[in-house]
Write a protein that binds this ligand. Structure first.
Ligand code: CP3
Length: 348
């Protein structure tokens, strides 16, 4: 087997490097014209996710354009709720809509058991992509955190405040925990199958971490992320695969993320690099966290911001360059080129 990317896996193993590896969250997506062209052939986004040949092509698009140091499976975090029978679809410009959301505690006990085979299309994407992708480039698999999956499943769609979800956990705390436990087990099985199918690292996205108070965060989210990490570390098939956790603006301290069985902490935009360095140096790698909005600025501003970031992490053992959240559809793809070149020029 060809040695995996010099940079990305080495960084996850906390090696200091002159040029940090770079990939960006949501690197395959609507900001790319070649993505929009493929996307126009599908009415429902999830139907596209269920077509492995197409997903493989979408994974490769940003790699071909920018020569990123890691690729990420093309899929979505909402495949698990869909497999649980909650009926997920994505309507034009509206985001996800659930036809059978979790409205009452009974909906949890009546839910279908999670059958990892029902997400075969994702493992096929992983297998096919691993075959097509340059063997030296690592492939990242992913899942949503149980809390983030529960929030969408209860709310039934995206929402500003997720009021239905907040009242569900207040009024039915035990049932919420039952649901989160089911989701954590499903995430473990799902990630394990992705690893068996060829992914080289995994990332857990806790995109709705920001909805919870510190105390609630530990109880409803972090507890279940820890459960997944523990199960991955105890299974001989998954124990060696590096792990990344990204949480959007969590209200707990950085110290709470110094988790056993975690390789790398993914910093949201608001995290101060110096604070993260002081907490994670020597125990975890760090990934992030350029504000995606910087990509709307002039090239000189992008270059300046990159240099500032690189100087913060210059001596940090295990730094991976990324944005502090996913890239948005309004970004001009040329700006990503400016970003990538600035990083590589600085290190050369
Ligand atoms: O390169 C990649 O990262 C592509 C793979 C990927 C997608 N979604 C494809 C996608 C990944 C890793 C995700 C994760 C995901 N999905 C998250 C976590 C990351 C984050 O940004 O916090 C979340 C919260 C979702 C749920 C989701 N999927 C929403 C809310 C939406 C609609 C609005 C939006 O943010 O785009 C999606 C749809 C989606 N998932 C698109 C893509 C490319 C756009 C769909 C389209 O083309 O119509």
């Amino acid at each position: 087997m060809t040695e995996l990317n010099r940079n990305f896996i080495a960084a996850l193993n906390r090696k200091t490097q002159k040029t940090p590896p770079i990939w960006i969250m949501r690197q395959a997506g609507r900001y790319l014209p070649e993505y929009r062209k493929v996307r126009s052939n599908f009415k429902n986004f999830l139907d596209m996710c269920k077509t492995p040949e197409i997903c493989c092509e979408l994974v490769l698009q940003p790699i071909e354009r920018y020569d990123f140091d890691a690729a990420i499976i093309f899929s979505d975090i909402l495949t698990i709720p869909d497999a649980l029978g909650l009926g997920v679809s994505f309507l034009e410009g509206k985001g996800p809509i659930f036809s059978n959301p979790i409205k009452r505690p009974e909906d949890i006990s009546n839910m279908a058991n999670f059958n990892p085979d029902s997400l075969d299309y994702v493992y096929k994407t992983a297998e096919l992509t691993r075959k097509e992708l340059n063997p030296s480039i690592p492939l990242i698999g992913f899942a949503g955190s149980p809390w983030t999956l529960a929030a969408y499943s209860i709310e039934g769609s995206s929402s500003k405040n997720f009021d239905l979800t907040k009242s569900f956990i207040e009024n039915h705390s035990d049932d919420a925990h039952k649901f989160l436990d089911i989701l954590a087990d499903a995430c473990f099985e799902y990630l394990k199958r992705q690893i068996i199918s060829g992914v080289d690292a995994i990332q857990i996205f806790d995109s709705w971490a920001n909805l919870l108070s510190e105390e609630q965060y530990l109880e409803y989210s972090l507890k279940y992320i820890k459960k997944i990490l523990k199960k991955l570390s105890e299974d001989p098939i998954t124990s060696k695969t590096p792990t990344i956790v990204f949480a959007r603006d969590p209200k707990c301290t950085l110290n709470e993320f110094k988790l056993d069985n975690l390789s790398c902490y993914g910093m949201f935009t608001s995290i101060d690099p110096r604070s993260a360095i002081s907490v994670f140096e020597g125990t975890h790698a760090l990934q992030g966290n350029l504000d995606p909005k910087i990509l709307l600025e002039e090239d000189s501003v992008i270059k300046e911001s990159v240099l500032k970031m690189l100087s913060e992490f210059k001596d940090f053992p295990g730094y991976i360059f990324n944005l502090g959240h996913g890239i948005t559809p309004d970004i001009n793809p040329d700006k990503v080129k400016v970003l990538v070149e600035a990083i590589r020029e600085a290190g050369s």
